[in-house]
Design a protein around this ligand. Structure first.
Ligand code: UD1
Length: 362
C-alpha cells in the first residue's frame, strides 16, 4: 500500500483561511492527509471559526492560541509553538499562505527543521518595508523550498531577487480560483440598500495613527451623505475608533456591521457600486467580480489592478474630497477585462506540483 503523505498547513489569520481552502479542497481528493496547525493569531468567531464552518475545513489538530501581541512577541511565540508541533508530528510538506505573522513563523520553524516548505502567494512586492507584511513576504520567499507566484510580475520579482528558478512556479492566484468558483450566497441578516458603497479599513498603516484614521473616517462620513456606506468593521479598527472617541459618530453615520463570512462578502461586493478598502484581498475580489475600487494606501501590492484601471490608488494624505473620486469613478464604464492572475485553476496546478515533488529535483 502507498504510504499516505502528510501535509501540515499553517495558518492563523483570516486571509490565510481563505487562501488555504481551495488548495485543501483539491488535495483532499488525493491520498494526502491534510492537517491544519492554527496559530490562534485571529480568535474572534467572525475572524476565524466562521471560515472553518463556512468552508468545512478540517478541524485544526493543534491550536496554539497565541492571540494578539506585539509583532515580535506574537511571531516569536508562534515560532516556538510551531517548532514543537512540527518536531512531534511528521510531515512531508509544510504549506504557508500569504504574508501574515503566522506565515513567517511557520516558514522559519519548518525550514530550520529541514521540512520542505511551500509558500502560496510568493513574490508579491511593494518594496516598502514600513509594512509588516512586506517584511514577512520577503523572508518567506527567500527560505521556501518552492514559491507559487500568483501573478507574472510576482514570478519576475522572485527571479530578479536571485531566487533559483527551480523554486519559482507561476500558478496564478488561489484567490481568483475562490472568487470565480465559489458561489456568493445571499446575506440573510443584512438589509442591503439598492445603491451603496462597501468599505473596509484595517491596515496598521491606516489605523495606528489616529490622525490618519480620523481623516479616512471623516471622508467616509461625508461620502455617506451622497450614498450609504456599509462597513464590516475589523476589531483592530473598532478598538482604535473607540480609543479615539470617534466610534459613536461613525456608528451614527455609516452602516457598521460585523466582519462578514466569505460568501456574504462576495455577495456585498457584487452588489456594491464601488469598493473602498485598504485590504490586500478585497480590491482584487472586487475586480474579479467586475466592481471598481479605491485602495486607501501609499502603495499597493497588486499594481495590475491600478494599471488595468480597476483600482484607484489613493494615499490617505490625498483622501480629501472622497465624494468627487466616487462620482468620477461611478460615472465611467468599468474596464472590459482583467488579466495577469492566472486562469482560476491555481489550486489544481499547485496540488499537481506538490504531489509530484521529489526532493532531489529542487
Ligand atoms: C493581520 C495581518 C494582515 C491581514 C489581517 C486580516 C499580520 C502582520 N497582518 O492583521 O496582513 O490583512 O490580519 O485581518 O499578520 N483582533 C481582535 N480579534 C481577532 C483578531 C484581532 O480583536 O480575532 C484585534 C486585536 O486588537 C489585535 C488587532 O486586531 O491587536 C490586530 O490583529 P493582528 O492579528 O495583530 O493583525 P491584523 O490587523 O488582523
Amino acid at each position: 500500500m502507498i504510504k499516505k503523505k502528510i501535509f501540515i498547513h499553517i495558518m492563523g489569520a483570516r486571509p490565510n483561511f481563505i487562501k488555504a481552502f481551495p488548495l485543501i479542497q483539491v488535495l483532499e481528493k488525493y491520498n494526502i492527509s491534510n492537517k491544519i496547525l492554527h496559530t490562534g493569531q485571529h480568535y474572534d468567531y467572525s475572524m476565524s471559526d466562521q471560515f472553518f464552518k463556512e468552508f468545512k475545513l478540517p478541524k485544526p489538530f493543534s491550536n496554539l492560541d497565541i492571540g494578539s501581541l506585539s509583532h515580535g512577541a506574537q511571531t516569536g511565540r508562534m515560532l516556538e509553538g510551531i517548532e514543537k508541533v512540527l518536531i512531534n508530528n511528521k510531515s512531508d510538506f509544510v504549506i504557508i499562505y500569504g504574508d501574515t505573522n503566522s506565515t513567517v513563523a511557520g516558514a522559519l520553524a519548518a525550514v530550520k527543521l529541514n521540512i520542505p516548505l511551500a509558500h502560496i502567494e510568493g513574490g508579491v512586492r511593494t518594496k516598502y518595508y514600513t509594512s509588516p507584511e512586506e517584511i514577512n513576504r520577503k523572508i518567506c520567499d527567500h527560505i521556501s523550498t518552492v514559491n507559487f507566484a500568483p501573478t507574472i510580475s510576482s514570478k519576475n520579482n522572485l527571479l530578479a531577487e536571485g531566487i533559483d528558478p527551480k523554486k519559482v512556479f507561476f500558478s496564478g492566484d488561489v484567490m481568483y480560483d475562490m472568487a470565480i468558483n465559489f458561489r456568493p450566497s445571499e446575506c440573510t441578516n443584512i438589509d442591503v440598500p439598492e445603491n451603496f458603497v462597501l468599505a473596509t479599513i484595517h491596515r496598521q498603516e491606516n489605523t495606528d495613527d489616529f490622525k490618519v484614521l480620523k481623516s479616512i473616517f471623516k471622508e467616509l462620513i461625508n461620502l455617506s451623505s451622497v450614498i450609504p456606506v456599509i462597513m464590516p468593521l475589523h476589531p483592530r479598527t473598532k478598538n482604535k475608533l473607540i480609543e479615539g472617541g470617534f466610534y459613536n459618530k461613525v456608528m451614527k453615520k455609516l452602516r457598521i456591521i460585523e466582519p462578514l463570512s466569505y460568501s456574504n462578502l462576495l455577495y456585498l461586493i457584487k452588489l456594491s457600486k464601488l469598493v473602498i478598502s485598504d485590504s490586500g484581498g478585497v480590491p482584487k475580489e472586487a475586480a474579479f467580480l467586475k466592481v471598481p475600487s479605491i485602495f486607501i494606501g501609499d502603495n499597493i501590492v497588486w499594481h495590475e489592478l491600478v494599471e488595468q484601471k480597476w483600482t484607484l490608488l489613493l494615499p490617505p494624505s490625498k483622501i480629501k474630497n472622497l465624494e468627487s473620486y466616487y462620482t468620477k469613478i461611478v460615472s465611467k464604464k468599468v474596464p472590459s477585462s482583467l488579466s495577469g492572475f492566472g486562469d482560476a485553476n491555481a489550486s489544481i496546478k499547485i496540488a499537481d506540483f506538490l504531489l509530484k515533488y521529489k526532493a532531489d529535483k529542487l
